[in-house]
Design a protein around this ligand. Structure first.
Ligand SMILES: NC(=O)N[C@@H](CC(=O)O)C(=O)O
Ligand SMILES: [Zn+2]
Length: 434
């Protein structure tokens, strides 16, 4: 079965503009491109008229929480992958902080099987570094790799013991696998919900200091240098971490890093005075200076990629107040429109720059065969409406989570169709197609 997508606008890096193109998809891969002025032979093919929408490689999100197994009331693989598809994502990497923790081959297989039967996008799971993410005992890395895990992380908590982390890195390196780290020194954080900054001072709250993140980043860069492992820093939020990553890259350490849309767009000074827990996430929103440092780090390449850290929680949990509500906000269904509207439409970034940080760059650093529209590549793609303006409406999310600080924001750049391996899995018009 072949499909023609007609009249899509495709970025041309040589001219720095988009051009009208037709593309044929066959056998799950991109088979041929034609100029928009041609009329291809479409006998027997399924035809999709893109009507001038942008065509992008399917977005890739290397830091997400699907909550299954164990927290299906927050999200499950069916709802989480549907939410991803609606956000234009075709490949996502879920974190192992589930219940049970994804720390055995069986849990990895469970997630992969569920994703194959109920999921609509590609799901590439991470496995835990330590059993139950308790930081005490390493998991069986070789068996987890064999089961299909793509890397090791205790995301949700930092690995507190340096020797444990060093052992993990040495073992991961011997297996050719990356270590992905949630960087947080618990001894500096205790009982705080927001960053140390203007907001914490104004409200008399204990703050989460920037060093709690950067201390782990610095430690782990040294351990990566010692072991040679590919070390990837999760959700970078501070100027201090950036300084260390920049230095690590300069001296040739195999370090990469990611940033979330909220850390590029919001600071602690934007948190409303009524302290809505949709503004509580980990790492917390930092100061305006940190926000600008994150933007510049992405621009200079110190930060490599953009991830959502999609972290759904129930309304009941988020209603527990700032001290007791869990950390985290949803991300799939707002990421691209937010970044397109705030950085591309304002002229700070080119469309190509933004899309690269969400497609080809994650594919490159995690060695994935996706994130490209080249002939022969898997037909993972998304069509995006760059012109229609719409408000963020959490009630319309396909995620079970409604926890976002972006409700009501008026944005451009909404996905309208998502294709994975040649199958249309979601359209704005007809919803999910399983
Ligand atoms: N980011 C968050 O605020 N929360 C994540 C954990 C994590 O990514 O560290 C979660 O699992 O809810
Ligand atoms: Zn984390």
């Amino acid at each position: 079965m072949s499909t023609w997508i007609l009249n899509a606008m495709k970025w041309n890096p040589e001219t720095g503009t988009t051009e009208r193109k037709h593309v044929r998809v066959e056998g799950g891969v991109i088979a041929e491109w034609r100029d928009g002025s041609e009329t291809p032979n479409m006998d027997g093919a399924q035809v999709v008229d893109a009507k001038g929408k942008l065509i992008s490689p399917g977005l890739i999100d290397m830091h997400v929480h699907l909550r299954e197994p164990g927290f299906e009331y927050k999200e499950d693989i069916a709802s989480g992958t549907a939410s991803a598809a609606k956000g234009g994502y075709t490949t996502i990497a879920p974190m192992p902080n589930t219940r049970p923790v994804m720390d055995t081959p069986d849990t990895i297989k469970y997630v992969l099987d569920k994703a194959a039967t109920e999921g609509v996008v590609r799901v590439l799971p991470y496995a835990a570094i330590t059993k139950n993410e308790l930081g005490r005992e390493l998991t069986d890395f070789a068996a987890l790799k064999e089961a299909g895990a793509i890397g090791f992380t205790d995301d949700g908590v930092g690995v507190q013991n340096a020797q444990m982390m060093k052992n993990a890195m040495a073992l991961a390196h011997s297996l050719g696998m990356p270590v992905i780290a949630h960087c947080e020194d618990d001894s500096l954080v205790e009982g705080a919900a927001v960053t140390e900054g203007a907001f914490s001072r104004k409200h008399g709250l204990k703050g989460i200091p920037n060093e709690s993140e950067a201390i782990h980043v610095g430690r782990d860069i040294l351990l990566s240098e010692a072991t040679g492992v590919h070390y990837h820093v999760c959700h970078v939020s501070t100027e201090q971490s950036i300084r260390l990553i920049r230095l690590g890259k300069q001296i040739g350490v195999n370090v990469t890093s990611e940033v979330c849309p909220h850390h590029l767009l919001l600071s602690d000074e934007d948190i409303p005075d009524n302290i809505d827990t949709n503004w509580k996430m980990n790492p917390p929103l930092r100061t305006p200076k940190d926000v600008e440092a994150c933007i510049q780090a992405l621009e200079e390449g110190t930060i490599d990629i953009i991830v959502t850290d999609h972290a759904p929680h129930s309304e009941e949990e988020k209603a527990r107040g700032m001290a007791r509500a869990p950390f985290g906000i949803v991300g799939f269904e707002t990421a691209f429109p937010l970044l397109y509207t705030k950085f591309v439409r304002t002229g700070r970034w080119t469309l190509d720059f933004l899309i690269g940080k969400m497609t080809s760059k994650p594919a490159e650093i995690f060695k994935l065969p996706y994130g490209t529209l080249a002939v022969g590549a898997p037909a993972d793609l998304t069509l995006i409406d760059l012109e229609g303006e719409r408000e963020v409406d959490p009630a319309s999310f396909l995620s079970k989570g409604r926890n976002t600080p972006f409700a009501g924001w008026k944005l451009y750049g909404w996905p309208v169709l998502t294709m994975v391996g040649g199958n249309v899995v979601w359209t704005e018009e007809n919803g999910i197609n399983r």
